[in-house]
Design a protein around this ligand. Structure first.
Ligand SMILES: Nc1nc2c(ncn2[C@@H]2O[C@H](COP(=O)(O)OP(=O)(O)OP(=O)(O)O)[C@@H](O)[C@H]2O)c(=O)[nH]1
Ligand SMILES: [Mg+2]
Length: 550
């Protein structure tokens, strides 16, 4: 069998010679031989007099040397736009003017709720703790025609990569409008002639404080003014809300506009009643129940069994302080690290230009808790954390060479990842269905204008109009294997078998372990590394840069 293809500049230059000298001598062409052969088997652990590796402490830290920040990647949040202030019943009171004209001001509009994805935020834990976010209520109107102050707004800041989904909505203005339409339809003929008259309802009207009940009974109320909406309501996102905030936002975005304030008594002056003793109450603010989900936006996602060495690899590649321990499930929450593409000598170690021509200086790596067999049946920490690697452009399967057959481990990991992909497919279908149920044809009697504007019919011919729920399926993303703990004895055969398996998959002799049609299997690579000694890890940034181009 011909030797597997070697990616130029990647495996050739730095890795295989470090870790498996014998193996590399066999497989590399003679021209490559005069490379510095730093044999891993002669380094610190086996050679008592060798100087300790400068970084060994950082990569094999004591159990308490890690940074732990509070983290939550999901939460359910109720947001309430501010209610409007009440209108005021008041009259001019001046010397020599016994019964002055009405001068009650209107109530202020309630505060709005805004959302903004910002770069500095990394977690949803603060929002998860708060649960309810309420914008301020508008102030009541006052005498001398003074309008009430607007309620204070509320800004929700979330990390970049947050998805916001609406679970439930209670929009009193929408209900009031529906009731008005119903009333218009039934009462059109009856009120054709004569002055319209309304009824007193406690939750809509405010009356002059000094009124006695018999006076109230005799009072003639005008019809209730039509429901008004704040002009900002037109800027609210379409219902049901689905936002994918995957970019830093310079300005906040409106989620829910505050409710309108009530109107003061001067609005109700008529020929028959020059001193109306009523004003309207402010509207109640809209209430939204939202589900927030954070998907870390990393370029490289690590997938592996517990204890495979993912966190150690993350430490070796970045400056992160991920927790490392010799037991399963050391990592309980995702860590994100930045791999700086610079060898600290003033010039970039890897030079790659982005599509827009700018030089790429770093990439992000997401280390998530380990997967175990049957994770899709909710064993271990479940598959939930896989959604963080779902958005990663490139996947690295981290496999411990000292822990059993690497090929079997790789197959097991792919099995779980495929299960996750299938689950996500079902979720996507459910989401599409949910959105289709809420569709109301334009002009139907139950459709609502303004904030909860009619949904456009989903246009299946034009994929742009469908919700952008998923990007590339996981199995179609470029991937490679980071074979860790290559410094341990008797790992060489395991690595060789893995490498042959990947080669067979590349040439089509072996099927892709996910069994999917469009699975990515172009020039599959396995990189042997010893993360704990920071050997061989240099090849990973280079390979990732190449794969990011795909
Ligand atoms: N000899 C050797 N040991 C390693 C290497 N990488 C990691 N280890 C050790 O393996 C153990 C597990 O490492 P972690 O990085 O915590 O593994 P993990 O995959 O993050 O584990 P979970 O967070 O539980 O999923 C630790 O004791 C590490 O010191 C390596 O390259 N060589
Ligand atoms: Mg870990």
């Amino acid at each position: 069998m011909p030797p597997p293809p070697i990616r130029p500049g990647c495996i050739r230059a730095s890795l295989t010679p470090f870790l498996y000298p014998a193996f590399s001598l066999r497989s590399l062409r003679p021209l490559l031989l005069p490379l510095p052969l730093r044999c891993l088997y002669t380094s610190t652990t086996h050679h008592p007099f060798a100087p300790p590796h400068a970084d060994s402490n950082r990569l094999d830290p004591t159990p308490d040397s890690y940074s732990l920040t509070p983290f939550a990647d999901r939460c359910i949040l109720t947001v309430e736009a501010g209610s409007g202030g009440h209108g005021c019943v008041s009259f001019v009171r001046e010397k020599y003017i016994e019964e002055g004209p009405p001068n009650g001001g209107d109530g202020g509009t309630g505060g709005n709720i805004y959302i903004q994805a910002v770069r500095g935020e990394t977690s949803l834990h603060k929002l998860a703790r708060r649960r309810l976010i309420k914008a301020g209520r508008g102030r009541n109107g006052q005498g001398k025609m003074r309008g009430g102050e607007r309620g204070p707004d509320m800004l929700i800041t979330v990390p970049v990569g947050t998805i916001v989904r609406e679970i439930q909505r209670h929009d009193p203005a929408e209900e009031a409008e529906a009731a008005e339409r119903e009333a218009d339809f039934h009462g059109a003929q009856e009120s054709a002639a004569g002055e319209e008259q309304g009824n007193y309802t406690k939750d809509k009207w405010l009356v002059f404080p000094g009124l006695i009940p018999s006076e109230l009974n005799r009072m003639v109320f005008p019809t209730l003014p039509k429901t008004r909406r704040s002009p900002l309501a037109a800027l609210q996102p379409q219902a049901p809300i689905f936002l994918d905030l995957d970019k830093h936002m310079e300005t906040p975005m409106l989620l829910a506009a505050g409710a309108m304030g009530g109107i003061g008594n001067p609005h109700f002056v008529t020929h028959n009643n020059s001193r109306p003793k009523m004003a309207t109450r402010g509207d109640t603010g809209m209430k939204l129940s939202l589900q927030l989900e954070l998907k870390l936006l990393a370029d490289l996602g690590l997938v592996g069994l517990p204890n495979a060495g993912k966190s150690t690899l993350t430490r070796a590649l970045t400056n992160s302080r991920a927790r490392i321990g010799n037991w399963a499930f050391t990592t309980l929450q995702p860590n994100v690290g930045t791999v700086v593409l610079d060898d600290h000598k003033g010039r970039p170690a890897v030079t790659k230009r982005l599509r827009d021509g700018t030089l790429r200086e770093n990439f992000l790596i997401a280390d998530v808790p380990g997967l175990i067999e049957d994770a899709h049946l909710d064993k271990g920490l479940g598959l939930g954390f896989l959604r963080h690697v779902e958005r990663a452009a490139v996947l690295a399967f981290v496999i411990d060479l000292s822990a059993g057959d690497a090929v079997e481990t790789l197959k097991l990991l792919w099995r779980e990842v495929s299960e996750y992909e299938a689950l996500r497919g079902k979720e996507l279908n459910a989401e599409t269905e949910r959105r289709m149920v809420t569709y109301r044809p334009p002009g139907s009697r139950t459709s609502v204008k303004g904030a909860t504007a009619e949904l456009k019919a989903p246009d299946f011919d034009n994929p742009e109009s469908l919700p952008p729920l998923t990007g590339t399926p996981i199995s179609s993303k470029p991937w490679f294997v980071a074979a860790t703990k290559a410094d341990l004895p008797d790992t060489q055969h395991n690595y060789e078998a893995l490498r042959n398996y990947l080669h067979d998959m590349t040439v089509g002799v072996q099927p892709h372990p996910s069994q999917r049609k469009n699975a990515w299997k172009r020039d599959l690579q396995s990189i042997p590394v010893s993360a704990i000694k920071a050997e061989g890890v240099d090849a990973i940034p280079r390979l990732v840069m190449e794969l990011l181009e795909e």
